[in-house]
Write a protein that binds this ligand. Structure first.
Ligand SMILES: [Zn+2]
Ligand SMILES: [Zn+2]
Length: 336
């Protein structure tokens, strides 16, 4: 009686449903990192996705996870795809049941004592496959300086999804952007947390501002170390975290350029930068409590031993300005 249904089920074992995925208005596809602890969503220009990307190897712009192209569907694409595939299956089974019911009714002997009628109640409206729409375009569009692939992200990116290239400059610029956005949003954060507790708001805000100093010095250290290693003239080993220390770092640059921080900054700027670096050192190693070494190395006599240093938004912004000035000077000199 249900041959049609059984036949249909048999056919469906080999059934494939292909569902088109749309690009956004700028021609970009949505992608998502398959690494469970990342799931970063980004976009890739459709033209480059077809012509430049290698099927076996795509990189997540945020974490650098590497996997074949078909691992990069977004959660939404998979959900919508599944839903449409299930609808297709349901529809075909329903149609087969409906056909079987009609056939059963046709085969009933006319005029008999007992007639049976089979009625199928499921829906058999045909379901069309709809292309999966793309999310809204992202503002930040990036072109890889190595392979030329075009992609876009929200926030920041460290790796080109096509070739995996990790640009030192982009990483530095991203870190600076992160620090600036932290500082620019301090008031919003303060307001939001104050609604829960004024005490916690103060602690949160202070910790965010102080972390700006450390983020800045770490970004500077990373940029300087990699750039120095690429451009140095000798093979001598460099000290661990050498560029977290202005005096030591300056000596390395002198071996390449015959000049360094004190030539690139005014006397006052260098003095301010040195204080900020020393403050970062205190926060990292002494909970921010002033010791003799701090006063001696920074020349900052506004504090007495045992006091705790104070860091304000403007200090972090000043650090960003000064390290940017140095980084730009180095970039001009090495031509990047
Ligand atoms: Zn990732
Ligand atoms: Zn690339």
């Amino acid at each position: 009686m249900f041959e049609k249904v059984l036949k249909e089920l048999e056919r469906m074992k080999r059934m494939q449903v292909s569902i088109p995925v749309e690009t956004d208005e700028d021609g970009y596809y949505d992608k998502e990192c398959p690494s469970e602890n990342c799931l970063f969503q980004f976009k890739v220009l459709a033209e480059d996705w077809s012509n430049k990307f290698n099927d076996d190897s795509v990189y997540c712009p945020l974490c650098g996870h590497n996997a074949p192209t078909d691992n990069f569907w977004t959660t939404e694409q998979i959900e919508q795809g599944k839903e449409q595939a299930i609808n297709q299956v349901k529809n075909r089974i329903n149609e087969a049941f409906s056909e079987s019911a009609k056939e059963f009714n046709r085969k009933q002997p006319k005029g008999g004592f007992l007639t049976m009628k089979m009625e199928f109640k499921g829906s058999t409206t045909s379901s069309f496959i709809l292309p999966i729409p793309a999310k809204k375009e992202l503002e930040q569009k990036i072109t890889c300086s190595k392979c030329g692939s075009r992609y876009s992200v929200l926030g920041s990116a460290f790796f080109c999804p096509c070739c995996g290239y990790n640009s030192v400059i982009e990483t530095f610029d991203n870190s600076i952007k992160k620090i600036e956005s932290k500082i620019n949003n301090i008031e919003t954060i303060r307001k939001a947390v104050t609604e829960i507790s004024a005490d916690e708001a103060e602690l949160t805000v202070r910790s965010l501002i102080e972390s700006g100093l450390s983020d800045g010095v770490v970004a500077f250290q990373h940029f300087c170390e990699l750039t120095y290693l690429e451009n140095r003239k000798t093979d001598e080993k460099i000290k661990f975290n050498a560029f977290q220390n202005l005096e030591i770092g300056a000596k390395y640059w002198e071996t390449i350029f015959n000049e360094s921080y004190q030539d690139w900054l005014s006397k006052n700027e260098y003095w301010e930068l040195n204080i900020l670096f020393q403050k970062r050192h205190l926060l990292a190693h002494r909970e921010g409590i002033v010791d003799e070494k701090y006063i001696q190395k920074s020349g900052d006599t506004r504090y007495k031993i045992g006091q705790r240093i104070v860091v304000k938004e403007k200090d972090v912004m000043n650090l960003v300005r000064l390290i940017n000035k140095i980084v730009n000077e180095i970039r001009i000199k090495i031509g990047t």
